[in-house]
Each structure stands twice: as structure tokens, then as C-alpha cells.
Design a binder for this molecule. Structure first.
Ligand SMILES: C=CC1=C(C)c2cc3[nH]c(cc4nc(cc5[nH]c(cc1n2)c(C)c5CCC(=O)O)C(CCC(=O)O)=C4C)c(C)c3C=C
Ligand SMILES: [Fe+2]
Ligand SMILES: [Fe+2]
Length: 329
């Protein structure tokens, strides 16, 4: 289960998708239902939909939205590695979890269990949590007879780290000054809301490096852990890599440093040849193909960079398919 894309890059389809996405109380959490409705439908979506639709049109393929197309390709690749039927579902847009569960239940009257694999390695209220809670709500509401098991966040899982490393390794053969791990951002407030201890997350500058039960739900800790584990496996020294957070929306403070700021600063610090990757996503999508590959490249090159190489997401990498097959079989 992944996030989902609009049905087409037309403004009405993007508007419908953004309305569903941004009315999610786990994405825009600060307001009650009525205030959120006014803000989302009255201000954010009318302004954002045309811009977003244009962005989608620059990455759209003959087969559809990259995130959906790649999810289908991954489904087919995994299906070759297991006898269990593999289906996909999206938190917003199509195919919905209900459509997918209906399809599975209709084709297998004795279906006993569904294993839900969130296509998010890291826990965030606005990604992993909303997908899982939504699927559980549909499962309960529709009264399906099968049980549902859920794969926990796998940011430090050996098979996932191996797959990430295998995907990155070929790019390390080219000359580079630095590797930037650009994760999708979230508002700082979301870390505090998800902190079960109530006083750990963002209480100190190095909170994510001190051991805490909060880390089971701390997006920042999990992102940093993935980065360190992958870099250790690939023997990349600490001074050659760093992290940043992209895709912020609105005026609240989001996790820092911000990717767009770092891309403009790095060439001035002597980082001219950059490798950049987006490990919050397992499939390439708008945020990698348009924001990082197109706009990020422009920012970095205009600031004086000379080489900008985006490492694609794992997509259908054989090691990723193998990791998924290991969890499923
Ligand atoms: C790690 C995964 C993601 C988190 C966390 C996340 C948080 C988050 N996102 C928004 C707002 C938008 N995100 C948009 C696109 C988008 N976001 C993710 C993943 C995470 N988002 C993906 C995979 C995508 C791409 C989907 C695709 O079709 O390719 C968009 C839509 C595009 C745009 O208008 O920019 C918005 C809006 C918020 C506010 C948020 C946390 C609060
Ligand atoms: Fe997002
Ligand atoms: Fe933390």
C-alpha cells in the first residue's frame, strides 16, 4: 500500500486527489474538521491544484502516474517470487483498499489472511500511520472474514538495508564530493504529537542519537538510522554524506535542514559533484522525478554545482523484490 496519485494530470483530477489527501486529519492535523475544510477547499487546493497539475504533467507517462506504474511493475515482479496473490492499494485515489480487498475476497472465498506491506520504510503519522489506520478502518467497517497482518516500519531491517545498498552501490563508482539523503519532510509538530514519552522528540539537538522508546514512532530517528546503516554497509565515511528534508508545505517549521536550502548552499561549501537520493520513497514519484530531479538539479547547478546525479528509488530492483518476497513467503 502506497500513497497514491491523481487519475490524470488534469486540474479537476488533481483537485479531487488533493482534497482527499489534505482533508486527512493525519496530514493536516492542526485544525478541527470545519476549519480544515475551509482551509483545504477554500485556500490550499484552489491555489495548489493548477501548479500541482502542471508538475504532474511533466512526469506523466503513457501508462499513467509513475508511482502507480512502478507499483504495478513491483506487483508483477513480486508475483513471480510467490504463489500468494499480490495486489496493490493506495491511501488516496485508486485502487482504493476497499476495491482491492473486494477483489481479493471475491477471487478467494477461503481467504484467511492478508499481509499489508506499507510502502513506507519509516513511521510518520502522515504516511505509514494513516495508510495502516485507513486500511484497518475499511477492514473493520466492511466486515471482511480475513485477518490482516501489518509489516512494521522496516527502516533498519537487514533485507531492506541490503536492498538499499545494492541500489546505491553502482552510483558510488562515479566521482562525487558528497551524498545527500533527501527525505520527505514533516512538520516538527508531528514528531511531538507521535512521541509516546511526551518529552523526548526535539527536546535536544541530538535527541535522535540518544536511545529512547520514542524512536519506535520517530520519523527523524528512523530516517537517520537508515542513512547510517546504509552508509556503514557501503563503507562511506561520515564526512561524505548528510541528510535534509524536502517537500514542505505551509508556514509551520518542518524538519530541518531543508533540501532546497542545502542544494543552494552546497556548491559554496565546495560540494560541486553531488549524488542525491530520496529514501523515504521506495518508488519514484512526483517528489523525486519533478522536485529533486528537475527543480533540485536547477537549484544546485545555478548555485555553481557541476555534476548532479539522482539515484533512483529501489522501484523494481531485484534485491528489493527479494526483500519483499522474504517477508511475504
Ligand atoms: C514519506 C512519505 C511521505 C510523507 C511523510 C508525506 C508527508 C506529507 N505530504 C504532504 C503534502 C503533499 N505530498 C504530496 C506528494 C507526495 N507525498 C508523498 C509521500 C509522503 N508525504 C508521495 C509519495 C507523494 C507523491 C505522490 C505522487 O503522485 O507521485 C503532495 C501532492 C503533490 C503536490 O502538490 O506537491 C502534497 C500536497 C504533507 C502536508 C505532509 C505532512 C504533513
Ligand atoms: Fe507528501
Ligand atoms: Fe528523535
Amino acid at each position: 500500500m502506497n500513497l497514491g496519485s491523481p487519475d490524470s494530470p488534469s486540474v479537476p483530477d488533481v483537485r479531487r486527489y488533493l482534497n482527499e489527501f489534505l482533508m486527512d486529519e493525519r496530514v493536516i492535523d492542526k485544525y478541527g474538521y470545519l476549519a480544515r475544510l475551509l482551509l483545504v477547499k477554500g485556500i490550499i487546493v484552489p491555489f495548489r491544484a493548477p501548479k500541482s497539475a502542471h508538475a504532474y504533467s511533466t512526469i506523466w507517462t503513457d501508462e499513467g502516474a509513475p508511482l502507480i506504474v512502478i507499483s504495478r511493475q513491483l506487483q508483477a515482479a513480486l508475483q513471480e517470487q510467490t504463489t500468494y496473490p499480490v495486489e496493490i492499494a493506495m491511501r488516496y485515489g485508486n485502487p482504493s483498499p476497499k476495491a482491492t480487498f473486494d477483489k481479493l475476497a471475491a477471487s478467494m472465498p477461503n481467504l484467511k489472511e492478508v499481509l499489508l506491506v506499507p510502502m513506507y520504510p519509516h513511521y510518520a503519522m502522515s504516511s505509514y500511520e494513516t495508510a495502516v489506520v485507513y486500511a484497518q478502518d475499511i477492514h473493520k467497517k466492511e466486515g471482511y472474514k480475513f485477518r490482516m497482518e501489518i509489516v512494521p516500519p522496516y527502516y533498519n531491517n537487514d533485507a531492506y538495508i541490503n536492498a538499499m545498498s545494492a541500489n546505491i552501490a553502482p552510483y558510488l563508482e562515479q566521482e562525487y564530493d558528497h551524498i545527500l539523503f533527501s527525505y520527505h519532510g514533516i512538520p516538527e509538530r508531528h514528531l511531538r504529537v507521535s512521541d509516546p514519552t511526551g518529552n523526548h522528540c526535539l527536546s535536544t539537538a541530538n535527541c535522535c542519537e540518544c536511545s529512547s522508546p520514542a524512536h519506535a514512532f520517530c520519523y527523524r530517528h528512523q530516517c537517520l538510522d537508515t542513512m547510517h546503516l546504509v552508509m556503514q554497509q557501503l563503507n562511506v565515511p561520515k564526512e561524505k554524506y548528510s541528510y535534509a528534508f524536502q517537500s514542505r508545505l505551509g508556514r509551520d517549521p518542518w524538519l530541518k535542514p531543508y533540501t532546497d536550502f542545502r542544494l543552494a548552499e552546497m556548491p559554496k561549501e565546495g560540494i560541486k559533484k553531488l549524488l542525491i537520493l530520496c529514501p523515504a520513497f521506495v518508488s519514484d514519484c512526483l517528489e523525486t522525478l519533478e522536485e529533486i530531479e528537475m527543480r533540485g538539479r536547477e537549484l544546485f547547478m545555478e548555485a555553481g554545482g557541476t555534476t548532479y546525479q539522482m539515484i533512483p528509488c529501489m522501484n523494481t530492483h531485484p534485491e528489493w523484490v527479494k526483500a519483499l518476497a522474504g517477508w511475504v513467503n
